[in-house]
Design a protein around this ligand. Structure first.
Ligand SMILES: [Zn+2]
Length: 621
C-alpha cells in the first residue's frame, strides 16, 4: 500500500468525509473487494454511472461508510475481464471488479475515449471550452461539483468545472507533503507564510474526484464537455527544480494556466536591452513580433520593444519548455487525440500595473511564433478581489483595447480576480468580447459555504459556523496589533469596513479590549469583511486554532479540521449547492453565456428544490 493511503487509514481519515487527499478513491481494496464478494447489498451501485468501452459496460460502486470506490465491468468480449485494469478480481464469468485507483483512472480514460471520443466522462478541451467559459474554483471538492454540474446541465453550457491553483491551493505531490517538504506561500495580509496546498486536497485527488462526481449523478449522459484547469502553474524562478512533479500531478487537466510571474520577478532588464535582445532572442522571432504588433495597428519603438522582450523572453522560453513537458506527459499516458489535447491560458495579470495592449500583443505573438496557441490571456485590469470595478465606462475602454489585440490572435480574455464584480461589470465584459471570455472565481465559494452554514438550522452546522466566525475575529484581533505593518494595516481595514457598514464607530483601536468589544457588538454575519478575508485559512487550521502556526496544517489535526466541513448536514449541503448554482447562473446571464430565458428557468427550478437528492436527481435529466 502506498504511503499516503497508509497515512490516511492509520489516522482514520476516510474519503467519505475527507475526499481528494489521496490520488486514489479507494484506500482499502482488500476490505472493499471482500465486501463486494460477500456482502454486496451493503454497497451502493451508481446506476446512472454506467458507460461503455469496447470490452463492455462499467458501473461505479461505493462503500458509503468509508467512501471507497470501485469499478464493476460486465464484459461482452471476455470471459475473464479481470486484467482490463490493475488489481482486478473476477466475480463471475464475464464480470470483474477493480479498485478506483489513480492508475486505473488513467487507463479507463483511454478505454473510454478510444471507444467514444465524444465522451464527456473526463475533462476535455472540446466544444466551446476554449472560447467561452466560467472558471469555477472547487475549494470544497465533492461538496461543490454536483452544484456546478447541475448548473452546466440546467444552462446547457460547458464550463471550467474544476479549477484550483497548484501548488498554492492544492497539494502538488502527496509524498512531498508526507515528507514535510511542501514550500510555503507568503500571505502579506496576515504577515506570515502558509504552507502550500492550504486547502488540503491533492491535485490528483481533485482530478479523480471531479470525474467520479459526474458519474455518480449521470452528468456525463448530458454530453456537455467540461474542463479541468490547473490554475496558475508557476513558471520559472524557484519552481524550476520541481517542474517535472508539477507536470506529472496535473496530467488529467485539460486546461493549463501558465503564470510566468515567478520568472518575471527575478528578471532584470539589462541597460543595453537592444544589445541583449540581439544576442539572446532569435532574430527571426523579433521580426515576427514586430510585424505582428504593427499589423494590429500598435506602434512600439525599437527601444521599448527591446526592453519588453528582454523582460519577457526568459519567462516565455521557460513556458515553451514547460509546455512541451505537458504535451509529452499526455502523449506518454494517453492514446487518443482528444485525451491529449489541452487548452492554454497565459496569465500576465500578476505583472505590476495595468497590462498595456502592446505587452499583450508582444506576449501573444511570441507564443504564436513558438507554436503555442493561447486560448485565454489574462491581462491586469486593476481588479481588486471581491470588489466591483467602480467605473463601467472606463472598464469598457480598458477591455476594448485588450480585446482589439486578443481577437486578432483568436484568443479570449481571462478575467482573473473575477469574483464579486457587479452585474454591470460582467455585462461589459460579455458585451465587449461577445462572450469570448472566462470569468475566474474561487474565493466566492468559500463565502457561499459560510452563508450556507449561517442559514442552516442544523445545530452542528451552526456550531461550525460560529467557530469559523470566531476564528476570523481572533485573527483580526491579532492583526490589528501586529508589529507587521502590512498585516496591521489590512486587519484595520477589514475591521473598519465591517464596523462602518454596520453603522458603528470605527475609532476603536485604543486597546485589544476596545477592538474586542467593538467586534463583539457586531451581529454575527458572513458579510463582514474580516470573515471574508480570513475564512479560507480555517479549513486546514489544526484544531481550528487562530494561530499562525496552525494554518495549512497537513498533519492529522489539520485534516480532522477539514473533516468538519465534509460532515455538514444535508440542509447545509443543499444551501451550499443552491448558493453555488445561483452564483453561476448570475455569471452566465450577465456575461451572456446563457440566454435570459434559460437563466430564468434555471433560477425557478433551483428555488423549487427542498432536498439535495431532488436537485442532484435532475443533473442527468
Ligand atoms: Zn492570474
Amino acid at each position: 500500500m502506498n504511503a499516503i493511503n497508509q497515512f490516511l487509514l492509520r489516522n482514520n481519515l476516510r474519503i467519505v468525509n475527507n475526499p481528494c487527499v489521496s490520488p486514489d478513491f479507494c484506500l482499502d481494496w482488500p476490505a472493499l473487494s471482500t465486501k463486494l464478494l460477500h456482502a454486496a447489498a451493503s454497497l451502493h451501485f451508481y446506476l446512472k454511472s454506467t458507460f461503455e468501452t469496447k470490452a463492455g459496460t462499467w458501473t461505479l460502486f461505493e462503500d458509503k461508510a468509508t467512501g471507497d470506490c470501485g469499478w464493476s465491468v460486465i464484459s461482452t468480449t471476455q470471459n475473464d475481464p479481470s486484467s482490463l485494469l490493475q488489481e482486478g478480481k473476477i466475480v463471475q464469468p464475464k464480470r470483474a471488479i477493480f479498485p478506483a485507483t489513480f492508475a486505473n483512472l488513467l487507463v479507463l480514460k483511454n478505454l473510454i475515449q478510444e471507444h467514444n471520443p465524444a465522451s464527456t466522462v473526463f475533462p476535455t478541451a472540446g466544444q466551446k471550452l476554449g472560447q467561452s467559459t466560467l472558471g469555477i474554483g472547487a475549494r470544497f471538492t465533492a461538496l461543490h461539483w454536483p452544484a456546478v454540474d447541475w448548473a452546466m446541465s440546467a444552462l446547457e453550457i460547458g464550463m471550467t468545472a474544476n479549477q484550483n491553483s497548484i501548488p498554492r491551493e492544492l497539494v502538488y505531490d502527496v509524498n512531498a507533503m508526507l515528507d514535510g517538504k511542501l514550500d510555503s506561500v507568503p500571505f502579506p495580509f496576515i504577515g506570515t507564510n502558509v504552507p502550500e496546498g492550504h486547502q488540503g486536497q491533492s491535485v490528483e485527488g481533485m482530478s479523480h474526484g471531479c470525474v467520479l462526481a459526474k458519474l455518480k449523478t449521470g452528468f456525463h449522459r448530458r454530453g456537455i464537455a467540461w474542463s479541468f484547469n490547473a490554475d496558475h502553474q508557476p513558471i520559472g524562478g524557484k519552481f524550476d527544480v520541481r517542474e517535472d512533479q508539477l507536470v506529472a500531478g496535473c496530467v488529467l487537466a485539460s486546461y493549463i494556466t501558465f503564470d510566468l510571474s515567478p520568472e518575471f520577478a527575478q528578471t532584470n532588464v539589462p541597460d543595453d536591452a537592444v544589445g541583449w535582445v540581439k544576442a539572446n532572442v532569435p532574430a527571426e522571432l523579433v521580426t515576427r513580433v514586430k510585424a505582428r504588433v504593427a499589423l494590429i495597428g500598435l506602434t512600439v519603438n525599437e527601444s521599448d520593444l527591446a526592453k519588453l522582450l528582454a523582460y519577457v523572453w526568459p519567462g516565455v522560453k521557460k513556458m515553451k519548455v514547460r509546455d512541451e513537458k505537458y504535451a509529452a506527459a499526455r502523449a506518454k499516458l494517453f492514446t487518443t487525440k482528444v485525451g491529449r489535447e489541452y487548452l492554454r491560458e497565459l496569465s500576465i495579470d500578476e505583472l505590476p500595473g495595468l497590462t498595456t495592449p502592446e505587452t499583450t500583443a508582444a506576449m501573444l505573438s511570441l507564443c504564436e511564433a513558438l507554436g503555442m496557441k493561447v486560448n485565454f490571456v489574462a491581462p491586469a485590469f486593476g481588479f481588486q478581489k471581491n470588489m466591483p470595478y467602480p467605473d463601467n465606462a472606463a472598464l469598457k475602454t480598458l477591455i476594448e483595447k485588450q480585446w482589439n489585440v486578443c481577437k486578432q490572435f483568436g484568443s479570449s480574455i481571462g478575467f482573473h480576480s473575477g469574483s464579486g464584480k457587479s452585474g454591470e461589470n460582467y455585462q461589459v465584459m460579455g458585451q465587449v468580447t461577445s462572450s469570448h471570455l472566462e470569468i475566474k472565481t474561487s474565493g466566492r465559494y468559500t463565502y457561499e459555504m459560510g452563508k450556507a452554514l449561517f442559514a442552516s438550522k442544523n445545530a452542528a452546522d451552526q456550531a461550525l459556523w460560529k467557530d469559523w466566525y470566531q476564528f476570523t475575529v481572533e485573527l483580526a484581533l491579532k492583526g490589528v496589533f501586529s508589529t507587521d505593518a502590512t498585516e496591521q494595516k489590512m486587519a484595520r481595514i477589514f475591521v473598519t469596513d465591517a464596523l462602518s457598514k454596520a453603522g458603528k464607530p470605527t475609532d476603536v483601536f485604543a486597546s485589544e479590549a476596545t477592538v474586542r468589544a467593538a467586534l463583539g457588538s457586531l451581529t454575527i454575519s458572513p458579510e463582514h469583511m474580516f470573515w471574508f478575508e480570513y475564512n479560507f485559512l480555517f479549513v486546514l487550521a489544526g484544531g481550528g486554532k487562530a494561530e499562525k502556526s496552525a494554518l495549512g496544517d497537513h498533519s492529522p489535526a489539520g485534516y480532522k479540521q477539514r473533516e468538519r466541513f465534509y460532515s455538514i448536514s444535508d440542509e447545509g449541503r443543499l444551501n451550499f449547492s443552491k448558493n453555488i448554482a445561483s452564483y453561476i447562473i448570475f455569471l452566465a446571464q450577465n456575461t451572456a453565456l446563457a440566454s435570459k430565458e434559460r437563466c430564468a428557468a434555471a433560477t425557478k427550478l433551483l428555488a423549487s428544490y427542498e432536498t439535495l437528492d431532488a436537485m442532484q436527481g435532475d443533473i442527468s435529466k
